[in-house]
Design a protein around this ligand. Structure first.
Ligand SMILES: O=C([O-])CC(=O)C(=O)O
Ligand SMILES: [Mg+2]
Length: 201
């Protein structure tokens, strides 16, 4: 069997091509395996257990942006579900990355809009009008700082985020790396070993 390969950027390749930077915590994964997205980040900081800032973010971000959410370390909540997914889709947003939980996972799969979460969690949230949060300002998830406009690439492997001023260079380096690996794969299919292809002993 000869497998086909996708032409879009992949998160692991971008991470390597960028010099092994930008990998968000590996627990953040697509709610359904086929989901993938790439585009500019719109960072959101919100308090644990409250999703009012997420509702605000859906209407503050620009079409094509990816919401990237820091939930203040409150993981055990479903901050986002089918209702917010429909709202974000209607606004033309590109996807959601959240260092916390989402819910309505089956429905999210049916909608198909890309959602990447640390977990799926039934328990809901509050909507405190005085909750401490921020839209479009830098956040940190794991050891990665995320600013508005940074390049986010998210797929089955997880999520990587690269500074905006390196995005074009990293796209080019990723494409070159992909091309080189495709060459290696052609040689493997022709019967060579990985030891030969990589020049290993
Ligand atoms: O509304 C919420 O709190 C989250 C949710 O379940 C949805 O968006 O459907
Ligand atoms: Mg819901």
């Amino acid at each position: 069997m000869t497998a086909t390969r996708t032409a879009t950027l992949t998160s692991a390749t971008v991470h390597e091509a960028a010099g092994r930077i930008g990998a968000l915590p590996s627990a953040i994964k697509p709610v359904h395996p086929a989901m993938h997205v790439e585009g500019p980040a719109f960072p959101v900081r919100m308090p644990a257990g409250d999703n009012l800032w997420l509702h605000r973010a859906v209407y503050a971000a620009s079409p094509g942006e990816i919401l990237v959410i820091d939930c203040g370390g409150g993981f055990e909540h479903g901050y986002f579900g089918e209702v917010l997914a429909e709202a974000a889709l209607a606004r033309g947003l590109a996807g959601l990355v959240i260092h916390g939980g989402v819910r309505d996972a089956r429905r999210l799969g049916e909608i198909g809009w890309p959602v990447f979460a640390e977990r799926v969690c039934i328990r809901g949230t509050g909507k405190d009008p005085h909750g401490d949060g921020e839209l479009g300002e830098p956040i940190t998830i794991g050891d990665v700082e995320i600013r508005r406009g940074d390049l986010v690439v998210a797929d089955t492997d997880g999520v990587v985020c690269v500074p905006a001023d390196r995005a074009e260079e990293v796209r080019a380096a990723s494409a070159a790396r992909d091309e080189a690996e495709h060459g290696y794969i052609s040689r493997l299919r022709a019967g060579e070993s990985t030891l030969a292809v990589y020049g290993l002993r």
